[in-house]
Design a binder for this molecule. Structure first.
Ligand code: GP9
Ligand code: MN
Length: 628
């Protein structure tokens, strides 16, 4: 029988086209990548191709057809794994993987419930190209040449290089300085493709390793000069208003401002916190933003303790736990405070045990310090109400004044609760995540109320100041459609930025200082604000934030991904919006702040990447030449 054979290298062509198209489909369905115009769409389509041409094209150097095929299967499998890992990661973090998080495997072990909720049988599609190539190898009659001639090979790689340069050229035109200002991973993936992005990431990460090695104290001087020019004097009026009191800080997991003073189908979502917004001893900040990145809760802790930005490409608790820090806990420790963190989870989660050592926290009550009785655990672990109860018992054991930080857990994705703890019904959108979120938020509100009661009962309330803050968003942009249904408006990049608001409460019993403070601020401001309330002079500490009560506090909040909010503008999705109306403004209004935001983040990154605080003497406030 004379069956017509397919041309040689058909398998190669099939592999390239299959992976290419699959990647593009995944871009469109698995990630929420914003596309503004046809050119961006074209770049997105083109972006995976260059690397596939090079990588799969290496098959042309392999002489034996069988080996060539094996190689192509291996490569499709490799790229599929890379892509799928990004998908699974994205479902949870709304971000792409970067190298350092790959070394956080012990963390991923603990992500159990979330990971399981993020994997579906239909995910087999992500491996469809591998399957297709296997089938083609088995069933397709292909002419097998022994080897490709050199001129053909040259032509092939010339074409591959041309594709790469076309891609880079278009990307550069669409997004100038893309590769030098690389803190927005979505932008990178969108422009150079997910595979090239990973190569670029490897390059960037190895560079940062080298950076620490070559740093010296003069670089701290530079950062310090920047920080000094943005420093404002803390409020005289609020200074020391809580002097000598215990400091209790509650990290409210995934608590977002949009749930405060809000209703969901006629139900009040946060009755206790709503009361606090009107309480005579409570100052409530409705325009307060989180600035976390990949490190989520741990990033919020990092901001709070150090008044430094977390890192853009990794969880700083993991990558830089060996650094020298000058944390608020350490500072208060030097002022005679006993300090602890309480969190009913394994101590290695987010590498907390290591980082807390570096930040000078006296004691860490992890899961081992809690007795979890029948019915006291749900979702990620211990329920917040019994957690608070036992945490207050731990506080009672502490010498006073103390600083105790409590990290809650129940209001965490995937927001599951037991029937008895569901105090309000679910919402009715097509996103189960958002629907349940209202219920767990309601539970957290209840838990905070019980914490206040417990502190009163145990006689700790009067002599303490209680700080509540939301760590980061609970509802990612994957649920925009459901959010739009709830809010009754389209979720534009402007609205998305506004949804990054998290509540911040300062409760000082008996102070009579209660009011709603409209000041635009963020987590970077926590350390300076709280130290001033306690009457502790921050002296020459390198803090990127400022006291929120300072009359001159500048209204300029920079998100970790480069978006920002000022009194007048919001910069998001590469557009300039008017703050308040959400109207699109001329780009020029935002332009000067864009560079300022980048510079600020870079200075902060330098502090961490170069480990510059090793050149700072906290006691004298002086620079030291040789590291500690
Ligand atoms: C884990 C808890 C939740 O211990 O802090 O972490 P998150 O996923 O929100 O960063
Ligand atoms: Mn969290």
């Amino acid at each position: 029988m004379n069956r017509k054979k397919w041309p040689s290298h058909s398998i190669l062509a099939i592999a390239i086209i299959a992976t290419w198209l699959k990647t593009y489909i995944v871009y469109k369905t698995g990630f929420s990548i914003t596309i503004d115009n046809l050119m961006q769409e074209f770049i997105l389509l083109l972006s995976p191709l260059s690397l596939l041409l090079f990588l799969y094209g290496a098959a042309l150097f392999i002489k034996k057809p069988a080996n060539r095929n094996r190689f192509l299967v291996a490569m499709t499998l490799l790229t599929s794994i890379v892509l799928y890992a990004n998908i699974a990661f994205y479902r949870f973090f709304s971000d792409f993987i970067t190298l350092p998080v790959l070394f956080q495997t012990n963390n991923f072990g603990d992500l159990g419930t979330s990971a399981a909720a993020s994997i579906f049988i239909t995910d087999i599609f992500y491996f469809s190209d591998v399957i297709l190539v296997l089938l083609a190898i088995k069933f397709l009659p292909v002419v097998h040449e022994k080897a490709t001639s050199v001129p053909w090979r040259r032509a092939y790689f010339l074409l591959s290089a041309a594709t790469l340069f076309l891609n880079l050229g278009l990307a550069e035109a669409e997004r100038p300085q893309l590769l030098t200002r690389s803190f927005d991973r979505e932008m990178l993936v969108k422009n150079i493709g997910v595979y090239n992005y990973h190569l670029y990431d490897i390059y960037i990460q190895s560079k940062s390793q080298a950076q620490r090695a070559f740093a010296d104290s003069s670089q701290l001087v530079e950062v310090n000069n920047h920080v000094r020019t943005h420093h404002v004097d803390p409020s005289e009026e609020m200074k020391g208003i809580a002097e000598g009191k215990n400091l209790i800080i509650v990290t409210m997991e995934s608590m977002q401002t949009f749930t405060i003073n809000a209703e969901m189908n006629g139900e009040t979502v946060t009755p206790f916190l709503n009361e606090l917004t009107e309480d005579e001893d409570t100052i409530y900040f409705p325009n307060f933003y989180h600035q976390t990145g990949l490190g989520k809760t741990s990033d919020s802790e990092f901001l709070l303790e150090n008044s430094l930005y977390p890192l853009g490409g990794s969880a700083v608790f993991f990558t830089h736990a060996g650094n020298t820090y000058n944390s608020m806990a350490e500072k208060l420790g030097n002022e005679g405070y006993a300090t602890n963190v309480q969190h009913a989870n394994t101590k290695s989660f987010w590498n907390r045990d290591m980082m807390y050592d570096s930040m000078g926290i006296d004691e860490f009550h992890d899961i081992e310090s809690y007795e979890i009785g029948e019915g006291q655990a749900v979702n990620w672990g211990m329920k917040d109400i019994p957690f608070f109860e036992q945490s207050v018992a731990h506080m009672k054991e502490m010498p006073q004044p103390f600083y105790s930080r409590l990290i809650t857990l129940t209001n965490h994705f995937p927001f599951t609760l037991e029937e008895e703890d569901k105090l309000i019904p679910e919402f009715d959108s097509n996103s189960g995540t958002l629907n349940r979120f209202f219920q767990t938020t309601r539970y957290l509100d209840e838990a905070v109320k019980e914490l206040f009661d417990e502190l009163k009962e145990q006689g700790l309330y009067e002599n303490s100041v209680i700080i509540l803050y939301g760590d980061h968003y609970g509802i990612s942009e994957n649920h925009n459609a459901a959010m739009a249904q709830y809010l009754g408006k389209e979720i534009t990049p402007y609205e998305s930025a506004q949804l990054q608001r998290v509540p911040f409460f300062v409760h000082i019993p008996g102070s009579g200082e209660g009011h709603i403070n409209e000041k635009i601020g963020a987590q970077i401001d926590l350390r300076p604000t709280l130290l001033n309330l306690l009457g502790v002079d921050a002296g020459s500490d390198v803090q990127f934030g400022n006291d929120l009560f300072a009359p001159d506090h500048e209204e300029f909040v920079i998100f970790r991904d480069g978006r920002f909010v000022t009194e007048n503008y919001v910069f998001a999705g590469n557009k300039c919006y008017e703050n308040g109306t959400g109207e699109i403004m001329n780009f020029e209004f935002c332009e000067p702040h864009i560079d300022e935001a980048i510079a600020e983040l870079e200075y902060s990154d330098n502090m961490i990447i170069k480990d510059l605080l090793r050149f700072y003497d906290e006691e004298t406030g002086e620079l030291i030449d040789s590291e500690k």
